[in-house]
Design a protein around this ligand. Structure first.
Ligand code: CA2
Length: 151
């Protein structure tokens, strides 16, 4: 028996992801973050779940949103950008909340510079999706829905 997904799935985006589609298109593709948000919204509507899609360049804001998600979200998808590789504060915030968190990246962080191979947050997450381009966003929503339905 699966629980209904009554609260929004948060889709959180960290530093510099507001630049998606404007630079470094060879690495991150040509879709803007607004394009990605629209695709996520269309996909989520089709699955009858709601999403709350946000971006911040500030570590503390991401921590605040994670705390907000504790009571306000059924599950969280986060592309934490470069904070993935550095932020113990974000990892602690993820560890401190009940809803499941899924790590997401556009690029394959394991095939890039060695400093991107380490994720400070992944061990507090249910898993990691990376390297599938911006297609990873709707895939992550589907994966989160599937995960929540098993809970
Ligand atoms: O691949 C990903 O999704 C990343 O989270 C993107 C981050 C990077 O620091 C992570 O290692 C992997 C970078 C955010 C995007 O930065 C841009 C900079 C210029 C133009 C477009 C995007």
């Amino acid at each position: 028996m699966s629980a209904a997904i009554t609260k929004p799935i948060f889709v959180l985006n960290g530093p510099n992801l507001n630049l998606l589609g404007q630079r470094e298109t060879g690495t991150y593709g040509s879709k803007t973050l607004s394009d990605v948000e629209a695709e996520c919204r269309t996909f989520a509507d089709g699955q009858s779940v709601s999403i709350d899609f946000r971006q911040s360049n500030h570590e503390g804001v991401l921590v605040d949103w994670m705390q907000e998600a504790h009571s306000g979200s059924s599950g969280i998808i986060i592309n934490a950008g470069a904070y993935t590789h550095t932020s113990i504060a974000l990892r602690d915030a993820i560890s401190g909340i009940d809803p499941p968190v899924l790590e997401l990246h556009v690029s394959n962080i394991h095939a890039r510079e060695s400093f991107r191979h380490t994720s400070m947050i992944v061990s507090a997450c249910i898993g990691q999706i990376c390297g599938l381009g911006t297609n990873g966003y709707p895939l992550a929503i589907q994966a989160m829905i599937d995960y929540l339905k098993t809970q």
